[in-house]
Write a protein that binds this ligand. Sequence first.
Ligand code: HEC
Ligand code: HEC
Length: 232
Amino acid sequence: MRREWCVAWSCLVVLLPVVARAQDVQAGKDVYGPCAACHGANGEGGKGGEYPRVAGQPVSFTLASLKQFQERRRNNLPMFPYTEPRELSERDMKDVAAYLVAIQLPTKTPEFKESDSALDRLLMMERVLVVPRVEGDVRKGKATYRKQCAKCHGPSARGRELKGVPALVGQYPNYLQRQLDAYRKGERGAEKGDPMKGVLDPLSEQDLTDVLAWLTSIQEDEPEAEPAAETP
Ligand code: HEC
Ligand code: HEC
């Protein structure tokens, strides 16, 4: 009897967080409503990279970004009104981040079933996100990435939950370029202790173009296994 109770009890402990998470995701979907106008119905971004992809990014990164916009530490006029504390509470930020990380955008055309309606097919196609390729030396770019970026952004550039590091693969390259320029000019990440501070100093424009060429060449590859310790 006692043993059975223990089994049921441990079951409850395991299940509770899962149930709580499911609720966050639903609440996050509601919070995301007004964001979709710019970032797309599935968080895929918009206007060819003017609005970044936000789907699939680590919770820690989305949260940190929203806080940076709210506290005006990261300058961006379109984002300010949506991150005002009365528009977006701490709870909302957590919920929307949980909603976004769970969205996976395929990079290949889906295989349709007979039973899929035309509308189903259209909705499935809308989710497919393939960002444009950047011209450059892919081999050099890979080497530079491995040496200068991989320890934080991960071996396959899919970001890391642990330290709030965003995925770079599957993000619009013109958006990444704009952010690289912002880091270079000290408009972003220039405060003491900011992880990207000084990281780009030893690299030329061509080095970074090559890194983008590599990043946009691997988007359809299966992700390499990340170290087990990465799960939050
Ligand atoms: C009016 C358009 C607009 C709306 C609405 C909007 N955003 Fe944004 N968002 C932007 C732009 C533009 C950027 C890029 C800022 C930059 O260039 O630094 C951005 C950046 C971001 C980023 C950082 C992404 C990255 O990889 O750097 C996150 C996260 C984000 N938005 C989440 C949200 C959420 C959540 C909402 C809704 C609560 C929202 N946005 C509503 C325009 C918008
Ligand atoms: C010491 C760890 C570290 C290293 C090394 C590093 N990054 Fe980052 N990077 C981060 C973190 C953390 C963020 C998010 C923090 C922020 O908002 O600035 C980030 C953000 C970025 C962004 C903005 C992405 C977005 O969606 O807003 C780009 C682009 C970027 N890094 C490119 C690179 C490249 C290219 C390299 C190698 C040359 C590199 N990083 C090396 C930690 C690192």
